[in-house]
Write a protein that binds this ligand. Structure first.
Ligand code: GLC
Length: 469
């Protein structure tokens, strides 16, 4: 079904122009987009091209026939992958992709080079675990949009894909198929109690594995990797669906869980205590809705709702069809909390009081209902539109776009909004934030032409799913 959109409004035209202005050129070629073009404030590192921020820009370019920028980006960032990374003389394993890069110039301006940040300059020195995952997802989107598989099949790209897989699939001190990461290793790049096995990383990991499988050549070496990828996909898919899922029925089970169970065949595998169920949840969970919990570890279930993880779970079919509908039901029924005056809440609810002090380390930027701690992020609009299209709930995407259109352009495309319902422009939000602009444009494109969904959605993984863990 193609929904015919009204002719592009002035704000939409202006948004395309702003996206164009954000393009970063390197040796005369477009290679990415800067994070923000807010001339009124110190750019810090917002004049860099962030890998994760470039994703919606790239999708907007791919959807409008500008694949060259994405191709250049993939080539340049692949070259950065082998860049020497050091922090206190420690070198993280190869395969890591930078959080961001910048075009530097010298020698009278005619010499240019790219400098990358692998987390060694980032605030709190957080490692960008999500960069290499997004890179794989984007390489596959580029292939889907252009049909150009030759790029991914080049020897350097095949080597790059394998390096990422090595980094992610290596045996560590882990009991679960999920990736164990430190706090702030993804879009939420500050301390927020999202260490351990956060949903956001697990879903991106799942998508990256699906993408790698599609892109790897099935020569001898490639087959070995594909085998490992299939095994991990099956285990990871089972684990997340089985243990992260939360609905009223599951909540009832957790409420009556017994603790301290020893042995293999126990119901409460993670030793979750009913007392850890937060008060807000029992009232908040609707009869027909559900979602994947934010994190899971020993005696720890993070009951917060995280938007990116849940929406990507729909796009990647990590959530089953039924669960996907339930996630959309939740968003529809808790619209005021999750969408409010600006789509979409990054996580719900905010950490407050003592919990805020302990979990964020008293971070003044992440105060309750601000920034990562329950702020509303316009960039998430593209994920909402994609998930709505995939589940046949286009009306929800249209409704969210209408909400966004009312304010985004008028407010000069802020990075995030504050308040329980996203009514205030974020306290320290940048204006002209590129991924707010691109996220909005991609959402518009997805609603106008659902065929674009193919770039970012995946069919249910059936390989190896019969394995019992
Ligand atoms: C903030 C966000 C991060 C983003 C960066 C650039 O640090 O938390 O996710 O990549 O800004 O926009």
């Amino acid at each position: 079904m193609v929904i015919l959109m009204k002719p592009a409004s002035k704000s939409v035209e202006a948004a395309w122009k702003l996206l164009e202005d954000s393009i970063l050129y390197y040796k005369g070629r477009p290679v990415g987009t800067v994070a923000a073009l807010d001339s009124g404030v110190d750019p810090l590192n917002y004049d860099h091209c962030f890998i994760r921020d470039f994703v919606p820009s790239a999708l907007a370019f791919l959807m409008t026939g500008r694949a060259d920028i994405v191709r250049n980006f993939l080539i340049e960032t692949l070259a950065l992958q082998s860049h020497e990374k050091q922090m206190d003389c420690f070198q993280p394993g190869p395969g890591l992709m930078p959080a961001s890069f910048k075009v530097e110039s010298g020698g009278g301006g005619d010499k240019q080079w790219l400098s990358a940040d692998f987390g060694e300059s980032a605030i709190a020195r957080v490692p960008p675990v999500d960069s290499c995952l997004w890179w794989l997802i984007l390489l596959r989107a580029y292939f889907k949009a252009t049909g150009d598989i030759a790029l991914a099949q080049q020897a350097d790209f095949q080597a790059g894909i394998k390096l990422i897989l090595e980094l992610c699939l290596v045996d560590r001190f882990a009991m679960f198929p999920t990736l164990l990461v430190p706090d702030g290793a993804f879009m939420i790049d500050r301390r927020l109690g999202v260490y351990g096995h956060p949903l956001e990383i697990q879903v991106l990991f799942y998508a990256a594995l699906l993408a790698a499988r599609e892109l790897l050549l099935s020569d001898n070496d490639g087959e070995q990797y594909i085998k490992r990828v299939n095994q991990r996909l099956a285990a990871l898919g089972y684990h997340v669906r089985e243990y992260y899922w939360l609905d009223l029925q599951r909540l009832n089970e957790i409420y009556r869980y017994k603790g301290e169970e020893f042995g293999k065949e126990v119901a409460n595998k993670f030793n979750i205590y009913a007392e850890s169920i937060p008060d807000w949840l029992t009232e908040w969970l609707p009869e027909t809705g559900g979602y994947l919990a934010g994190n899971l570890g020993p005696a720890r279930m993070d009951f917060r709702f995280f938007a990116l993880g849940n929406l990507m779970a729909i796009l990647t079919s990590l959530a089953s069809e039924r669960e996907s509908q339930q996630i959309m039901d939740l968003i529809e029924q808790r619209w005021h909390n999750l969408v409010g005056h600006m789509p979409l809440k990054i996580c719900f609810p905010a950490l407050e009081g003592l919990e805020w002090r302990i979990m964020t380390g008293c971070d003044p930027k992440n105060i309750p209902w601000s920034y990562h701690n329950g702020g509303n992020w316009p960039v998430l609009l593209w994920l909402l539109a994609g998930a709505a299209q995939k589940t046949g709930r286009t009306k929800l995407a249209v409704k969210a776009l209408e909400v966004a259109l009312k304010r985004l352009s008028q407010d000069q495309w802020p990075e995030y909004y504050d308040g329980k319902n996203g009514r205030l422009i974020g306290k320290e939000a940048r204006r002209y934030q590129t991924w707010s602009i691109a996220g909005f444009l991609v959402a518009e494109e997805l609603v106008a032409n659902p065929a674009h969904l193919e770039l970012i959605s995946f069919k249910e993984n059936t390989k190896g799913m019969t394995c019992v863990i």
